[in-house]
Design a protein around this ligand. Structure first.
Ligand SMILES: Nc1ncnc2c1ncn2[C@@H]1O[C@H](COP(=O)(O)OP(=O)(O)OP(=O)(O)O)[C@@H](O)[C@H]1O
Ligand SMILES: [Mg+2]
Length: 306
């Protein structure tokens, strides 16, 4: 846990956390947050597969796993957390397939005890009765701020930040780091659509800028019947996105092989490139690159929001 306790890196005295992060990410062309209102919409799966699709085209891509309490990016890529991190001059990213570079909270402990809980800023630190005696509580915004300020990412075409569910996470990230925009992932169900409508109201109020919406698990890719079958009742994602002037970047079908690839740590977008979901991911990555290139580094100039 040196990074959060002993590491003598830059402190607030040398500038605000936002400025430290901005300086550290200065050589990165685009920073994309992947967010959702509800959990399990496929954020981490897309972070890995969109990142890999672009890396396969020769782009320099890194992923920060910002789901600090439930990180999944390393295992989705079939990687183990490096045990001995050289951190004297910052956090060295783990080297993934196709040149992908990964920063994850798992790397900071090397998978070793003591157990660490990343808690929200307003959590009551004194309410420790139910906690493990040797656990360490760290505010997650502080931890993420340090990861972003100290990661040795260098020059990149794209940095993807994979968030835990909840727009509060996106809001907190936008206060910590200059982001080019956010990708909102949603399911198609009526409940998810309603949550998305709220998300856009919230985003407008807090001036969060979405580069697009992805409707995931929109239909079931049935290999035997060679068609994509309905999975949920028809939702309203497209019309809600249009009403909020946010582009629907794509619809991805559920493909059991994609779920398997996440569990087994191989890259669906490469192994199953010719399937409808594989093609959808590759096309989405290309579209995303175009959309990000068209906007300023910090996103605001080309904002779709008023
Ligand atoms: N289109 C898809 N087809 C098949 N499986 C999918 C698809 N999208 C996501 N999954 C699977 O659904 C599960 C949840 O996906 P994932 O972990 O990426 O969601 P998440 O939004 O990151 O979740 P959390 O909110 O907990 O961070 C994973 O097992 C993943 O492999
Ligand atoms: Mg996730």
């Amino acid at each position: 846990m040196r990074i959060f306790t002993d590491y003598a890196g830059p402190t607030e005295e040398t500038g605000s956390q936002f400025e430290l992060v901005r300086t550290n990410l200065a050589s990165i062309k685009s920073v994309l947050a992947i967010a959702s209102v509800k959990g399990g919409t496929g954020k981490s799966t897309l972070a890995v597969n969109l990142g890999a699709a672009l890396a396969l085209k020769g782009r320099k891509v890194a992923i920060v796993d910002a789901d600090l309490n439930a990180p999944s990016i390393l295992s989705m890529l079939g990687m183990k957390p490096p045990r001995h991190l050289p951190m004297l001059e910052g956090i060295e990213p783990a080297a993934g397939p196709y040149g992908l570079r990964i920063i994850s909270s798992e790397m900071l402990t090397g998978g070793e005890p003591p157990p660490v809980s990343f808690i929200s800023d307003d959590s009551d630190n004194n309410n420790g009765a139910t906690r493990h005696a040797s656990s360490v509580d760290i505010k997650w915004t502080e931890a993420l701020g340090r990861m972003l300020a100290q990661a040795r990412l260098g020059a990149l075409d794209l940095l993807i930040v994979d968030l835990a569910p909840g727009l509060d996470r996106l809001h907190a990230l936008a206060r910590l780091a200059p982001i080019s925009g956010a990708l909102l992932l949603t399911h198609t169900s009526g409940l998810a659509s309603a949550a998305m409508r709220k998300a856009f109201e919230y985003a407008r109020a807090s001036r969060i800028d979405f580069v697009g919406v992805v409707e995931n698990m929109a239909g079931f890719n049935c290999e035997e019947c060679r068609s994509v079958r309905p999975l949920w009742p028809e939702g309203e994602v497209a019309s809600i996105a249009a009403g909020a002037a946010v582009r629907l970047l794509g619809r991805l079908a559920f493909d059991p092989r994609l779920a398997e690839s996440s569990d087994r740590g191989f890259l669906f977008v490469r192994e199953h490139a010719a399937t409808p979901t594989g093609k959808g991911l590759t096309e989405m990555a290309a579209q995303l690159e175009t959309v990000l290139a068209a906007r300023g580094r910090d996103g605001a100039a080309a904002s779709t929001l008023p």
